[in-house]
Design a protein around this ligand. Structure first.
Ligand SMILES: Nc1ncnc2c1ncn2[C@@H]1O[C@H](COP(=O)(O)OP(=O)(O)O)[C@@H](O)[C@H]1O
Ligand SMILES: [Mg+2]
Length: 272
């Protein structure tokens, strides 16, 4: 696999990972210490940037609880995608930690995080355009040894248009349909948490509503969803938890309702 998961990850990864690997395992670097009761997935006070470049994230905390939809909003360049990549292990965090179900996974590669149950749909290059829809879904299941048909059936039930187009190259599909392929592909790993970076980028308002409905449907099955969204107002309307990021730091955090009602958030980020 040299797709969105591994390819980009390796490019973004800095040399500090090697240093980390040679460290003598002490108590902190050995077995993960479970922290029962914490959020299902948390990037806890993450600080870091790309390679040896400057820090992009500054003590940034992002979390999603079981059964919830958490949404990250904020201006362009705020570090939303960077925060997602940090959670997924695509860049090294110099400070802070990432924990999944209480386990410290800060040192794990993206591939290992997929094995642990993280499903990530990056903002760009999230499908194989020359492969058919069905081949994309099969590729999504690459880590599995069991029968993938029932999961594929679930994906087709969630996104019926994908069943109709299953033998078409994914690159021939509309923007909204491609995003369905990308989400479906992530679901094929049977993840324990789903991370989506701008799933509605470039689609019409109607298609956006439709995608949000499907995402809500996924979340209702108990799968926690963490997503970055440009359509801040609409996304916060469906969010249990919202994060406003500004310059790589947490600017506002609250329930979707609280953020929508916050005069400062409204004025600065929601157009009044
Ligand atoms: N691969 C990269 N290498 C170096 N800098 C990057 C990379 N990707 C993003 N950045 C920088 O990180 C900052 C945050 O970008 P990004 O996380 O993509 O913001 P957002 O998703 O909120 O629009 C920007 O200043 C951007 O230029
Ligand atoms: Mg982005």
């Amino acid at each position: 696999m040299s797709d969105a998961y591994s390819g980009r990850g390796n490019n973004d990864r800095s040399v500090t990972k090697e240093t980390g690997a040679t460290m003598t395992p002490g108590p902190q670097h050995g077995r993960a210490t479970p922290a029962p009761g914490g959020p299902f997935l948390i990037g806890d006070t993450m600080t870091g940037g790309y390679g040896s470049g400057p820090d992009i994230l500054h003590d940034c905390t992002i979390a999603v609880e079981k059964g919830e939809i958490a949404v990250i909003v904020g201006p362009n360049g705020a570090g939303k995608s960077t925060a997602m990549k940090a959670l997924f292990g695509m860049l090294d965090v110099r400070g802070g930690a990432v924990r999944l179900d209480g386990e410290d996974i800060t040192q794990l590669s993206p591939q290992d995080r997929v094995q642990k149950g993280m499903g990530f749909v990056p903002q760009t290059h999230n499908i194989f355009t020359s492969m058919t829809v069905e081949e994309n879904l099969e590729m999504g299941a690459f880590i599995r040894k069991d029968d993938i048909r029932p999961t594929m059936e679930q994906v087709y039930e969630l996104f019926p248009i994908l069943r109709d187009k299953r033998h078409q190259p994914a690159g021939e599909l509309s923007g909204g349909q491609r995003q369905q392929v990308a989400v479906g592909r992530a679901l094929m790993t049977k993840p324990k948490v789903l991370m989506l970076d701008e799933p509605t980028a470039g689609v019409s308002p109607i298609v956006m509503d439709e995608l949000f409905d499907r995402i809500i449907e996924v979340a209702r099955t108990g799968l926690p969803v963490l997503m970055v969204e440009q359509n801040a107002r609409q996304a916060l309307e469906i969010a249990d938890k919202g994060y406003v990021l500004v310059q790589g730091a947490n600017a506002h955090t609250g329930t979707g309702k609280e953020l929508l009602a916050d005069p400062e958030v409204r004025q600065s980020f929601l157009g009044g």
